[in-house]
Ligand binder design. Structure first.
Ligand code: UD1
Ligand code: CA
Length: 476
């Protein structure tokens, strides 16, 4: 393909009223990207010289997203004239006036359109020398789409929108997918003479195809075999339907690449996620954002993981994990909450009912039970006793704690930060550590235990406890 001769226009200026949302339609997300993101990734992969998203409605918000993630895209603004034809006209004004290659037009609300389908469309267009080549789909329920009208020989004649169609035309179930390739020069000329004579008073892009037919130029309408690739999203039911189908395809692709997914119906994987060979995903697992899982790790059941890197051979069960790193062979959960900045070393453990944040836990170190570890660094081979709280917040500022290597801390400790516990040190059960502990020392600050004999017999006479105590004393 002659790459330097391609411009891709992505329409995203419409209001999207059927979404009933404050958010622009094309910014609604599926599989971890806004709808527009999917369209722009595909457009970018075509290797075009110009990728031109067209914006108008909530243009600041959309432009901010485009500039951040697709900096080489040329953002075109549509003016107050409505319609898909006007949108394309505005896009053409944003690229050099002498551009004479092929112009691909796609929509920001058609997220499953893939590179292979577009390349096939472009190749057909270039080989046939058509003025326009467009994609169509045969739908069981064509409601809402523009209908493709052909002559008795099957040649393309025109596209009629639902609102402008006669009853007979509405019965046609071949629809315009909204994906086109045009010759730039023909497109410019045809748009300049396109009117707005329709129910919506808009300048329709579809009129261009009809104009070409009338002036005896070639227009090819190609039917897709897989309707999902051209599924457009207009409301939230369609958003859910397309999200579901896309997710099943993502799961299937990973299964074919060597990942075991027990239940694709309850496993959701963003397009941005990377998985290694022999990873196992158990039911109820959500892998989001820039998450990567290396070979042989098992995730789930019931894990929500976002922007997290997991090493090889690790295990994460029933956990909520964000912005963290989990080392090779490490284990997390069940019932663990790993907040941003958690970095668990190889073969380390974050166990049951443990919350961590900004915590570097060294190789082989363990926080097995009922603890909070915040703003801390723990060396290698250390064990944090059950029920330990890293008290990192004095009510005004956050402070850090440092625990050395091969440290053993007792159950029910509080580490009042800032604090340092040296290598090989111990702390006794129930210690509130307020002062640094030297390497090899044991810290203990519990007061000596006092037992008041017969307290229960005197203070709780006649109770079951008193009775049990008396029986035990007599048996002695
Ligand atoms: C459009 C087609 C219809 C086709 C359907 C496929 C026209 C006239 N109709 O209808 O034949 O079956 O897509 O999904 O083209 N947009 C702009 N500026 C505008 C209006 C729309 O940029 O002034 C953008 C929208 O943001 C959207 C795309 O164009 O991304 C399609 O607009 P939409 O209003 O959804 O068109 P449909 O009624 O679905
Ligand atoms: Ca649409």
């Amino acid at each position: 393909m002659a790459e330097q001769h391609l411009a891709v226009v992505v329409l995203a200026a419409g209001e999207g009223t059927r979404m009933r949302s404050r958010k622009p339609k094309v910014m609604h997300e599926i599989a971890g990207l806004p709808l527009l993101g999917h369209a722009l990734v595909t457009a970018t992969q075509l290797g075009a010289s110009y990728v031109v998203p067209v914006v108008r409605h909530q243009k600041e918000l959309i432009s901010e997203y485009v500039s951040a993630f697709f900096p080489s895209a040329i953002i075109a603004e549509q003016d107050e004239l409505p319609g898909t034809g006007r949108a394309v006209e505005c896009a053409l004004e944003a690229i050099p006036a002498d551009f004479d290659g092929a112009v691909v037009v796609t929509s920001g609300d058609v997220p499953m359109l893939d590179v292979a389908t577009l390349e096939h469309l472009i190749d057909t267009h270039l080989e046939s020398g058509a003025a326009a080549t467009l994609l169509t789909a045969v739908l069981e329920d064509p409601h809402g789409y523009g209908r493709v009208i052909r002559n008795s020989a099957g040649a393309f004649l025109e596209i009629i929108e639902e609102l402008d169609a006669t009853d007979a035309q509405r019965k046609v179930n071949e629809v315009n997918a909204g994906v086109y390739v045009f010759d730039a020069k023909h497109l410019r000329d045809a748009l300049a003479s396109t009117g707005t004579h329709n129910a919506q008073g808009e300048k329709y892009l579809t009129y261009v195809a009809e104009a070409f037919v009338k002036s005896k130029q070639k227009v090819i309408a190609m039917q897709v075999t897989d309707n999902w690739v051209v599924a457009g999203i207009n409301d939230r039911r369609q958003l859910a339907e397309v999200a579901l189908e896309l997710n099943l395809r993502i799961c299937e692709a990973w299964q074919l690449a060597g990942v075991t997914i027990l239940d694709p119906a309850s496993t959701w994987i963003d397009v941005t996620v990377q998985l290694g060979e022999d990873v196992t995903l158990m039911p109820g697992t959500y892998l989001r954002g820039f998450t990567t899982i290396d070979e042989g790790s098992t995730i789930g059941p019931e894990v929500v993981m976002t922007d997290t890197q997991v090493g090889a051979g690790a295990s994460v069960i029933k956990a909520h994990v964000t912005g963290s790193r989990i080392g090779d062979g490490a284990s997390v959960g069940p019932f663990a909450y790993l907040r941003p900045g958690t970095d668990l070393g190889a073969d380390g453990k974050i166990g049951t009912f443990v919350e961590t944040k900004n915590a570097k836990i060294g190789a082989g170190s363990k926080v097995p039970h009922l603890s909070y570890v915040g703003d801390a660094e723990i060396g290698v081979g250390s064990n944090i006793g059950a029920g330990t709280i890293f008290a990192n917040y004095d009510g005004v500022d956050k402070h850090r704690s440092t625990v050395g290597s091969h440290v053993r801390t007792g159950a029910s400790n509080v580490f009042v930060a800032p604090i340092t516990i040296g290598d090989g040190a111990y702390t006794a059960a129930g210690t509130v550590v307020r002062r640094d502990v030297e390497p090899g020392a044991i810290a203990l600050n519990v007061s000596p235990q006092k037992n008041l004999a017969d307290w229960v017999l005197q203070k709780r006479p006649g109770s079951k406890s008193a009775e049990a105590a008396e029986t035990a004393q007599k048996a002695k």
